[in-house]
Design a protein around this ligand. Structure first.
Ligand code: ATR
Length: 276
């Protein structure tokens, strides 16, 4: 009998995860199927219980359930607990175990593209949502020289820094301060939803002071190149969009479910085909 996997979210219709995972199952000859389930917040508890009852083998969790899901799981990985968000759930001996694969996914994509160790990097992370938290902790864990955080609501960035399980040299800045000091960063990571489709004309901070040799990453992949990345490129920076993070967070989840590392190049080509 085929193993059933899926993703729960609201909205969920445009998720690229089913195409990516179903292709990977097929490529590996696994008898498994991945489905996108539209679950509204008032149905979350019933959905999680129902999936356990019918024997679902594992699932992804996306907006708006990444924090709320935690109360319905049997166990949560310590890093996911610190981040306060779960995007991957695995069934082990009939128990639901929650993980967060966003940080590892981001880091793997970044390291592949940047092609050097991050030990010498002075990093700026823009934003203080769930994605920022996962990314900030993984950059500190990876041993970046300094990782600063900047957010419209400074208190949220301070709370993230104070809860960091991998303390590293780090300052919290307002968006204005970040713009002024931008020239001192070798790596800048944009994690807010600013610039995401359909409001593609928006940009989190001005890049006027960017150093030309910097590496600029934006976790958005729709549009494929945000206004922020276009400007960074114009100013001589190397850039990376959020596609790699999306692929690798999925690949890490896939491996947790099946014990097999999927072909990420193949995953990428499937997602690119669906993005048009
Ligand atoms: P996620 O969990 O997906 O990362 P989130 O928790 O909704 O997303 O966080 C969104 C981030 O984008 C936050 O850092 C938010 O800033 P605030 O903490 O001040 O709310 C930021 N953000 C969203 N819209 C913004 C805007 N128009 N201007 C500045 N920051 C914005």
């Amino acid at each position: 009998m085929a193993e059933l996997y899926g993703v729960i979210g609201d909205p969920i219709a445009h998720s690229l995860s089913p195409a990516m995972h179903n292709d990977a199952f097929q490529a590996l000859g696994l008898d498994a199927y991945y489905h996108a389930f539209h679950v509204t917040p008032d149905n979350l508890e019933a959905a999680v219980k129902g999936m356990k009852a019918i024997g679902v083998a594992g699932f992804n969790v996306t907006i708006p359930h990444k924090a709320a899901i935690m109360q319905y799981l049997d166990d949560i990985d310590p890093i996911a607990k610190t981040i306060g968000a779960v995007n991957t759930v695995v069934r082990r001996s009939g128990r639901w175990i929650g993980y967060n694969t966003d940080g590892p996914g981001f880091l793997q994509a970044l390291k592949e593209e940047i092609g050097r160790p991050l030990a010498g990097d002075k990093v700026l992370v823009i934003g203080a949502g769930g994605a920022a938290k996962a990314i900030y902790y993984s950059l500190c864990r990876e041993g970046a020289q300094q990782v600063d955080l900047s957010n419209r609501t400074k208190e949220k960035a301070e709370a993230i820094r104070n809860a960091n399980p991998y303390p590293c040299p780090s300052q919290v800045l307002t968006l204005d301060e970040a713009e002024k000091n931008l020239g001192s960063y070798t790596l800048i990571v944009q994690t807010t939803s600013i610039g995401m489709y359909p409001k593609t004309d928006a940009q989190a901070v001005s890049l006027a002071n960017l150093q030309p040799g910097a590496f600029v990453s934006d976790i958005i992949y729709n549009p494929f190149e945000t206004k922020f990345l276009k400007e960074a490129k114009k100013r001589g920076a190397r850039t990376q969009n959020g596609l790699g993070m999306f692929i690798y967070q999925g690949a890490v989840a896939f491996e947790k479910w099946t014990g097999i590392k999927p072909d990420t190049e193949r995953m990428k080509s499937i997602v690119l085909k669906h993005l048009g």
